[in-house]
Design a protein around this ligand. Structure first.
Ligand SMILES: [Zn+2]
Ligand SMILES: [Zn+2]
Length: 293
């Protein structure tokens, strides 16, 4: 027969054993009921259901809607009030540098908007600022209009919008077959030449988020082709490049498609209340490749 002291110890231990057992079993039970995938190792973010900048009003900013995909990736959607093209611009932050992809269409205060985002990122990260690289998905007028004002921002390098400058900056020696790497600091981007829509078109693959930025080469709308054979080869290059990659989203530069299949908004439409979502997936890339074949 155990002494009173021993009984108290046994009771205490018994309780602890139950608690430990419960702690061990509970996660297994919860796990079995609600699997928690690791997201394939890509950093997550959120896209809006609809873009305010495509509607009749954009209350936050008359020229751009700034959407935080996550703390280090911002999507700027130009308002139809500034320009009917309503292009998308992308701002990515790495540990050492930021990269702005495109500068918009028409006359806007894009540099001011970009600076505001950079300042708030820098203050949140307790930094004085961050060097900014301005690149372009391609050199059509609706993606380079803000270049001159961006050049005036501190610590900013604007890559000239021509094939030679793009090749030189990203050190691409064998255009368009060579895929270059560019590191923003703990954030490696793959730079993929995709001429066809325009001679200096590039796609950018962000390894951190698994997003493929395709410019005007692939987006929910009308795809314009200026060089057929080059376009076909470029789409094939994207298919081959993504064969062994996670593609979280394919983000292009415009939305012209409505939410109704086979119905698009005509050129010049300012307000698109029923526009298609921005993001496409690799399935649409394969579909495009198939259609071209
Ligand atoms: Zn274009
Ligand atoms: Zn465009």
């Amino acid at each position: 027969m155990p002494s009173q002291k021993q009984i108290r110890l046994l009771h205490t231990c018994g309780r602890w054993i139950f608690v430990v057992a419960a702690l061990l079993v509970l996660p297994a039970l919860v796990g079995a009921q609600a699997p928690q995938p690791d997201g394939a190792g890509v950093r997550r973010g959120v896209l809006p259901d609809r873009w305010k900048a495509s509607g009749p009003e954009c209350p936050a900013n008359p020229e751009f809607q700034v959407h935080e995909y996550n703390e280090d990736l911002y999507i700027l959607r130009e308002s139809g009030r500034s320009n009917y093209e309503k292009p998308f611009l992308y701002l990515l932050f790495g540990k050492d540098k930021a990269l702005l992809l495109d500068t918009g269409a028409g006359k806007t205060d894009v540099a001011h908007v970009v600076k505001r985002v950079i300042d708030s990122w820098a203050s949140r990260n307790k930094r004085d600022g961050v060097p900014l690289i301005v690149a372009h998905t391609h050199t059509h007028g609706d993606h380079i209009a803000g270049d001159e004002q961006l050049k005036l921002l501190p610590q900013t390098t604007v890559i000239a919008p021509n094939p030679g400058a793009v090749e030189a900056f990203f050190e691409i020696k064998n255009w368009p077959n060579e895929i270059a790497k560019y590191d923003l600091g703990n954030r490696v981007l793959d730079v993929i030449p995709i001429p066809g829509h325009e001679a200096s078109s590039i796609a950018i693959y962000d390894r951190q988020t698994g997003i493929l930025f395709t410019g005007d080469t692939l987006y929910p709308g009308r795809l314009y082709v200026s060089d057929g054979p080059a376009f076909i080869a470029s789409v094939r290059r994207l298919v081959e490049f993504t064969n062994d990659k996670i593609v979280a989203h394919i983000l292009g530069n415009h939305i012209e498609q409505t939410r109704t299949p086979y119905l698009d908004y005509p050129i010049g439409t300012v307000h698109q209340p029923e526009e298609h979502e921005l993001a496409l997936g690799r399935a649409q890339l394969l579909e495009l490749d198939d259609a071209l074949a």
